[in-house]
Design a protein. Structure first.
Ligand SMILES: Cc1cc2nc3c(=O)[nH]c(=O)nc-3n(C[C@H](O)[C@H](O)[C@H](O)COP(=O)(O)OP(=O)(O)OC[C@H]3O[C@@H](n4cnc5c(N)ncnc54)[C@H](O)[C@@H]3O)c2cc1C
Length: 550
């Protein structure tokens, strides 16, 4: 009889684990709490928006960005068949040309037109590039370039020992510098494209991500910034579940794990609550792909005494912040740029992408009432800073209509510049905010609540974060907060963690076939000699000097 594995949670981590196991003949069942599969990566059809047989409008939890440094998730996608002609989900990834930085009342900046040609140039060119259009003193530019250089040329051991304990904000001395320095340099690309929060994230996590993003841009080509050519559920999640099912696995939605039961030093069963009732599911192995804040209440004293490292999950369960999407459905297609736009003056740290130009094969007239022609998909990454426009409040303190109003005003102020009117009020057909943002009836402490926040790698959190393989031989973890090479709460990290979890099961069951592939994520290879030099110095207890001479 095949070894039975219960996968708890059906987001990117759970789907990856289910796929890898089912393709090796394991008996896999995935249990997910929600009606719509895919976790934070899911699309959300706008309820009751489709009329006369058309599909509901394609809403999203938040738009999807696949930077060039992702390798694990694209590998999974290349093994998911898509359509009848031999294509895979990896073929649904398309490279986009531009990353635009939009400012209030000033023309936007196209970042990709200005990247250096080699990582070795980065330090010099940061000064040259930014000095052309930013009112920043050269000393600020030099200081920031030096900090980035330090991340790139520090050996791994030093990055853990010296960068991990401090915030990126402190490391780049943002607090003592100008708002322009904070917006363009300290926050930079990480501001809202990824959940690497400059103010709260560790210098190691945010620094490494900034370097990887910059390296991807420098290497250029179509892979710099990739997006899907259709809503995530159509382009990835549904085909993935179909493939797992074809391989013999099962995906159960609306199945909430309410308890994890130990017997001796192993997990014996989980309790699953469905609309039909509650039952105990036994399995040989359990892969837990539930987000950290939902796993926390499931860790009881039995689980904790068998795996004391799970205390880290309890300690970090509140290390989550809000990041959610809102889509503006428009009666015209407003292209803006072929890629993402960062709104550096937005106090709510919004980013946007205009979807219709990328979802080329999607006939929007077949959605909603047939009148939508464009979709501006926006992520809001800061819910705690007052907005620019009346009533100048935090997103958390507003109702859904007020949130939509503020975001639209911020978009207009950043796009309608130089006498152009790119966005007009009469274009708005409707808007949709992620259903995880719920209006609270009591309005206390905030009018809205977020059912699905995102994990943040705060300074020093690395040591508290568990590894994918726990001390319990048949219980592993496969979600974005787990210690991974990717080291950022994103789809790539969830996929990588799941591969490690599955490899643990393969080892334990004496599997002799191919294990899940894992890639390391080093800093740019061109700077390897600098890092070797730094390692030598680190071992001698000497500080980083950023040089090459031994
Ligand atoms: C707005 C937004 C935009 C983002 N954009 C990007 C992006 O562009 N690129 C990128 O790489 N990453 C992005 N991310 C991050 C990325 O979506 C997540 O890091 C990743 O999807 C996490 O996958 P996961 O499987 O670890 O967890 P999740 O996606 O959270 O999946 C966990 C699943 O567990 C289920 N669950 C929870 N509790 C239970 C329970 N008790 N029983 C059963 N099931 C349960 C949930 O329903 C969920 O389906 C974004 C995140 C947000 C919030």
């Amino acid at each position: 009889m095949a070894t039975k594995v219960a996968v708890l949670g059906g987001g990117i981590g759970g789907l990856t684990a289910g796929h890898e196991l089912a393709s090796r003949g394991f008996d896999v069942e995935i249990f997910d709490a929600k009606k719509i599969p895919g976790g934070k990566a899911r699309s959300i059809p706008v309820p009751d928006s489709g009329t006369q047989g058309r599909r509901d409008l394609p809403g999203e939890h938040g738009f999807r960005f696949f930077p060039a440094f992702y390798v694990h998730l694209p590998d999974s996608m290349s093994r998911i068949p898509f359509g009848p002609h031999g294509a895979t989900c990896a073929d649904n990834l398309i490279g986009v040309e531009a990353i635009e930085i939009a400012r209030y009342d000033a023309p936007p900046i196209d970042l990709l037109a200005r990247v250096p040609r080699s990582i070795l140039d980065l330090k010099i060119l940061i000064k040259e590039i930014y000095s052309h259009f930013l009112p920043l003193p050269m000393s600020d530019l030099e200081f920031f370039a030096e900090r980035l250089w330090q991340v790139m040329t520090s050996c791994e051991e030093r990055r853990y020992a010296e960068l991990e304990p401090q915030s990126w904000w402190d490391f780049v001395d943002a607090e003592n510098r100008s708002p322009e320095y904070q917006k363009f340099l300290a926050e930079g690309l990480s501001r809202s494209l990824v959940a690497a929060r400059a103010q709260e994230g560790s210098a190691r996590t945010v620094g490494q991500i900034q370097v990887r993003l910059a390296d991807g841009m420098i290497r250029g080509g179509k892979g710099t910034d990739r997006v899907l050519n259709a809503p995530t559920t159509d382009a990835l999640i549904h085909p993935w579940i179909a493939e797992i099912t074809r391989l013999g696995g099962t995906y159960h939605s609306q199945s909430v794990i309410t308890a994890i039961t130990m017997e001796g030093d192993r997990v014996k069963s989980v309790t699953v609550q469905t609309p039909q009732g509650s039952s105990a599911i036994e399995a040989d192995y359990f892969v837990c792909a539930i987000p950290i804040e939902h796993l926390d209440p499931l860790i009881d004293t039995g689980l904790l005494s068998a795996a004391p490292e799970l205390q880290g999950v309890k300690d970090l369960a509140q290390n989550v912040r809000w990041m959610n999407g809102i889509q503006f459905f428009l009666t015209e297609d407003v292209k803006i740029v072929d890629g993402h736009t960062l709104y550096v003056d937005s106090p709510w740290a919004i980013t946007s992408i205009s979807e219709a130009q990328l979802w080329k094969h999607l006939d929007l007239s077949q959605y909603g009432d047939g009148k939508v022609r464009g979709i501006l998909s926006v992520d809001i990454s800061d819910w705690n800073t007052p907005g620019t426009f009346d009533p100048k409040k935090k997103a958390k303190d507003l109702d859904l209509q007020q949130i939509a109003d503020e975001v639209w005003q911020e978009l207009k102020r950043s796009q309608n510049v130089d006498g152009k009117e790119i966005l007009r009020d009469d274009m708005i057909h409707s808007w949709f905010i992620d259903t995880d943002i719920e209006m609270s009836h009591s309005a206390r402490p905030h009018p809205v609540a977020n059912l699905e926040p995102l994990f943040i790698n705060t300074p020093g959190s690395w040591k508290q974060r568990p590894k994918a393989l726990t001390s319990i031989a048949n219980f592993s973890l496969a979600s974005d907060y787990v210690q991974t090479q990717t080291d950022l709460a994103c789809m790539e990290a969830a996929n990588e963690a799941a591969r490690v979890a599955v490899n643990g099961i393969l080892d334990a069951t004496g599997w002799t076939g191919q294990k899940c592939r894992l890639w390391s994520m080093p800093m740019p290879d061109a700077l390897r000699l600098w890092r070797e030099h730094d390692k030598h110095r680190f071992e001698q207890g000497k500080p980083w000097d950023g040089r090459l001479i031994f």
